[in-house]
Design a protein around this ligand. Structure first.
Ligand SMILES: Nc1ncnc2c1ncn2[C@@H]1O[C@H](COP(=O)(O)OP(=O)(O)OP(=O)(O)O)[C@@H](O)[C@H]1O
Length: 515
């Protein structure tokens, strides 16, 4: 890629970028939120036409007007948000849209063909499973297989590990090494320095739309990478967050909670849970163990068919979400693009969304159902949140969907924390955030708890859960496997519980909640 320039209203996302990708290498692209990584790869993948610059593949100048052009030229991309069709099988998803795909086909024959294809690649998912039955790791495998089926030679993975459990990350790395040995080039976008240093042959660092540094994987140190990414500003890459407050009375109590998942299965079974004022309770588990359903049930987005949810002793099991918000419950949803923002609304309206519930019915007009919004007040408030949480956006009038992934996350975290909730349900609050923003959000969460709020911290980053939480609960298959304080169990025991291979007795769990 030579001299790539891509401008959006108010920002130069890529500012004369040169980038070389060699055959059979793993190239990592690092950079702070909004540095321009995804834009550059979207240009390569034909999602955006650059304003200036050229792309050459194997010495030939190409023009990628659409992903179809890119795929034809051997470039594939797996986005952070998967694009599989839920109701189709793995085999159908892999061939869907490929040139060889026919409208009429024999599913069994197709499955057999795909079965063989997967075996030659060394990457396997049951071809007859429906996409909705797959775990995040399996979905990602299917996305990779989909690209490989189209014979791509360059595979772009945008933050591929942010949705994976530690075991799935190991598997992905095995896959990447396997692809490399077959001469396929992998572009790896990530914020996790350990992962980048482990897997990358070469690392390119971007800052404010420009490439500011390049080094070989084996030369990299965390400090070096952080300095390149952030420039002269100092950043503490291993910042620790100690908590100095003792949890007080019960804030949230979940009693014998049973909740159905999207497919009617029991995704939470007899879950008991207590969050005290000033306490951070971490929820750990392999993705898809019931974490999302737990968050949604407490926030009122998913009904409980058995059990009770109490907030400060008041039964809110059947209360609508709006009422829970008024009572001080706040949610940072894990699927931020789908549930976190209204992409077509400007930043300021997104920030104000929940405050509308909070302010109640003030005027007469309000009471007859006509709400008068104070636009200047909304804009001023949004500006304050944007500044405090360093949301990078051309202005508060820009549509939220136009922000980079990390900046959307900052917006949501800012909106939720700024209204000083009583209970914060934080789903993957630091996924996709750069080092500075991760530190900032962790610090905010600790500060909120120190100010007396209760926090339910749901995170697939086990290190994060162990570091921040007063107590940790492990979910597997929708059941509580254990409750403990960080340090009380070995990592091995934690791992066994995460895979349902070990569970604490009922009495032990009850005792742990009681303390
Ligand atoms: N479709 C778009 N319209 C307007 N602005 C955009 C669009 N896509 C990206 N931008 C802007 O371009 C800049 C670079 O965004 P990009 O998504 O490439 O960053 P990134 O390095 O991938 O960040 P992150 O780590 O947060 O995902 C940001 O300021 C973003 O707001």
């Amino acid at each position: 890629m030579r001299g790539i320039v891509k401008r959006f209203p108010g920002v130069v996302a890529n500012d004369h970028v040169d980038l070389k990708i060699c055959r059979g290498e793993v190239l990592a692209i690092l950079g702070e939120n909004g540095a321009g990584k995804t834009t550059l790869m979207n240009v390569l993948y034909g999602l955006y036409l650059p304003d200036e610059g050229e792309i050459h593949i194997k010495g030939r100048k190409v023009l990628h007007r659409s992903p179809r052009d890119a795929i034809e030229n051997g470039v594939g991309m797996v986005h952070q948000h998967f694009t599989l069709v839920d109701d189709l099988t793995v085999a159908e998803n892999i061939v869907l849209g490929a040139e060889k795909f026919k409208v009429f086909y024999d599913l069994e024959k197709l499955a057999k063909e795909i079965d063989e294809f997967m075996k030659t690649i060394g990457l396997y998912v049951d071809p007859l499973k429906k996409a909705y039955e797959l775990s995040a790791g399996e979905k990602q495998k299917v996305e990779i297989l989909k690209a490989l089926y189209r014979r791509v030679e360059v595979l772009i993975l945008d933050e591929p590990t942010s949705v994976l459990s530690p075991i799935e990350v190991r598997e992905l790395f095995k896959t990447i090494r396997n692809l490399k040995s077959r001469g396929i080039s992998v572009v790896f976008i990530s914020h996790k320095l350990d992962e980048v240093m482990e897997i990358a042959d070469r690392i390119v660092v971007m800052r404010a739309g420009k490439v500011v540094g390049e080094l070989a994987g084996h030369e990299a140190t965390k400090q070096l990478l952080a300095t390149l990414m952030i420039g002269s500003r100092a950043v503490n890459i291993e910042e620790k967050f100690g908590k100095h407050v003792r949890p007080a009375g019960k804030l949230l109590e979940v009693v014998d909670l049973w909740v159905k998942g999207d497919r009617g299965e029991d995704s939470l079974k007899a879950v008991n849970l207590v969050v005290r004022k000033g306490e951070i309770v971490g929820v750990a588990g392999v993705a898809g163990s019931g974490q999302r359903e737990l968050a949604e049930a407490i926030y009122g987005l998913r009904p409980a068919w058995r059990g009770r949810i109490l907030l400060e002793g008041k039964d809110i099991t059947r209360s609508p979400t709006a009422e829970r918000i008024k009572m001080g419950v706040s949610l940072i949803p894990e699927d931020r693009l789908r549930y976190g923002v209204a992409a077509e609304l400007p930043v300021y309206e997104n920030i104000y969304l929940e405050k509308v519930h909070l302010e109640g019915r003030k005027s007469l007009l309000d009471r007859i159902g006509l709400r008068v919004l104070d636009k200047k007040g909304m804009v001023d408030y949004a500006k304050k949140v944007v500044e405090k949480f360093s949301v990078k956006t051309p202005s508060v009038f820009t549509n939220a969907g136009k922000l980079s992934g990390g900046n959307i996350q900052r917006l949501i975290v800012g909106r939720e924390l700024e209204r000083k909730p009583l209970l914060v349900i934080a789903g993957e609050p630091t996924a996709g955030l750069d080092i500075a923003a991760t530190n900032f959000v962790r610090k905010m969460i600790v500060e909120m708890s120190e100010a007396g709020a209760g926090v339910l911290l749901i995170s697939s980053d086990l290190q994060e859960v162990l570091e921040l939480s007063d107590k940790v609960v492990i979910l597997c298959n929708g059941e509580v496997m254990g409750v403990f304080r960080p340090g009380e169990l070995s990592m091995e025991e934690v791992g066994l519980m995460m895979s349902c291979a070990k569970r604490m007795s009922k009495e032990e769990v009850e005792r742990a909640w009681g303390t």
